[in-house]
Design a binder for this molecule. Structure first.
Ligand code: OOG
Ligand code: MG
Length: 252
């Protein structure tokens, strides 16, 4: 069952074609949803994509409220999802993409067991402002928690700004999403689990619980501090994170 559903969701992503929610084909549990996600990422890896890190989703109330879900989720990032800062984002590769402002961590040393908040900063090599492009493979961007997990948490694109040393305080930084230089969403890093470093603790627990580990050099997206906005051709979309800088891309 998992392999069949993984193939459906992987093809939908690859062909940028919306499908009905997988749970409408067959009901599955949250644990099975993660197996479907792993199997769909396996298909990407077999095509030559490389795992570059992880993302957390629904780590802020703004995101949970926007999407009508109640729990944190995690997904996998591959090199094929990377888009260059200042470059262009071709709309035709996506179904109905949205952008959201995020903070990215680069992991300093391998995480193979759960970690405590007090030691989390030791695992951070650098931080960067990031734009995440999410693109649910489901019709009308509507899903249950199990469905979005199976769909690799809507992961579709990542744009990273400049890395800087992880010495800045991250607990209450203004985060703004701009379209054509105008702010369209405003939030604070405090909205991300109360402190973005908690994302390392959460990711360590979730990834190691599932039998994986987070390698040195991996990227971790902490989850959006604000709701996401739909993208349209011709827009210049930019995320600004106080003290960390900005990152933007042109939608073509
Ligand atoms: C799921 C992805 C959530 C975040 O930052 O909260 C996410 C979705 O909203 O489609 O990436
Ligand atoms: Mg996100």
């Amino acid at each position: 069952m998992q392999l069949e559903l993984a193939q459906i969701i992987d093809s939908a992503a690859r062909e940028a074609r919306a499908v009905s929610q997988l749970s409408h084909h067959q009901a599955f549990t949250e644990a099975e949803a993660y197996q479907i996600q792993a199997a769909s990422i396996d298909r990407r890896i077999r095509r030559g994509e490389r795992l570059i890190g992880y993302k957390l989703g629904f780590t802020s109330r703004a995101k949970m409220a926007q999407m009508g879900v109640h729990d944190m989720i995690w997904g996998r990032l591959t090199d094929a999802m990377l888009y260059e800062e200042g470059g262009s984002l071709p709309l035709d590769r996506f179904i109905h993409p949205r952008a959201e402002p995020e903070i990215a961590f680069r992991i300093a040393k391998r995480i193979e067991a759960p970690i405590h908040l007090l030691e989390a900063s030791q695992y951070v090599a650098a931080v960067a402002p990031a734009l995440e492009i999410i693109d649910s493979r489901y019709e009308r961007f509507k899903f249950s928690l199990e469905d979005v997990i199976a769909d690799n948490c809507s992961s579709a694109g990542v744009v990273l700004g400049n890395w800087r040393a992880a010495d800045a305080d991250l607990d209450n930084l203004g985060m703004v999403l701009e379209v054509d230089q105008r702010p369209v969403q405003v939030g604070s890093s405090a909205a991300i689990l109360g402190h973005p470093l908690r994302c390392l603790v959460a990711a360590a627990r979730l990834v190691t619980q599932s039998g994986g580990m987070i390698e040195a050099g991996a990227i971790l997206l902490a989850g959006a501090a604000t709701a996401a906005v739909y993208l349209e051709r011709g827009q210049y979309v930019q995320a600004r994170v106080q003290d960390l800088g900005r990152v933007g891309i042109k939608v073509i």
